[in-house]
Write a protein that binds this ligand. Structure first.
Ligand code: SF4
Ligand code: SF4
Length: 136
């Protein structure tokens, strides 16, 4: 399975990435509309709408730790991520940790916008046209 494991830098950093927002999942991580529905109704995962000049599409990812402030990941606890590495969202596994202080950690592979396009094509979500989209 592709991706990057935690490094000493991650331990030192304490999961800054996870304290901002969860990584995105790909449809293949669920495999069916039923599995997506079960994950979302469990409260552990949510569907996020991306709305910018390039895309209007949804992506599934872990729920926020603090839904009111829309920050953090529900799976982050004091010991780090509670999910085994292989069960973490694609976007989490594909974040390449920085090697030195002052560098940026680098998201690699399928971007969140590309993932959202995949989700819209997957057939695992209700049609976007049936959803209420807030005015911009
Ligand atoms: S990937 Fe980067 S931001 Fe996330 S825990 Fe590791 S060093 Fe920190
Ligand atoms: S699933 Fe784990 S690795 Fe991904 S954002 Fe949440 S706590 Fe971090």
């Amino acid at each position: 399975m592709e991706g990057y494991r935690e490094t000493e830098m991650c331990v030192h950093c304490g999961g800054s990435c996870c304290r901002v927002q969860p990584g995105h999942c790909l449809p293949s991580e669920f495999g069916s509309a039923l599995a997506v529905r079960a994950a979302v109704t469990s409260g552990k995962y949510t569907i996020v709408l991306l709305l910018d000049s390039k895309i209007k599409a949804r992506v599934v990812r872990p729920h926020y730790k603090d839904p009111a402030k829309r920050t953090g990941c529900i799976f982050l606890n004091s010991n780090g991520c509670e999910l085994p590495w292989q069960d973490r969202p694609y976007g989490c596994r594909m974040l390449r940790p920085r090697e030195r202080d002052g560098e940026h950690c680098k998201p690699e592979g399928t971007t969140i916008s590309e993932a959202a396009g995949m989700w819209e094509q997957s057939g695992y979500l209700p049609p976007l046209s049936s959803c209420v989209i807030p005015d911009r």
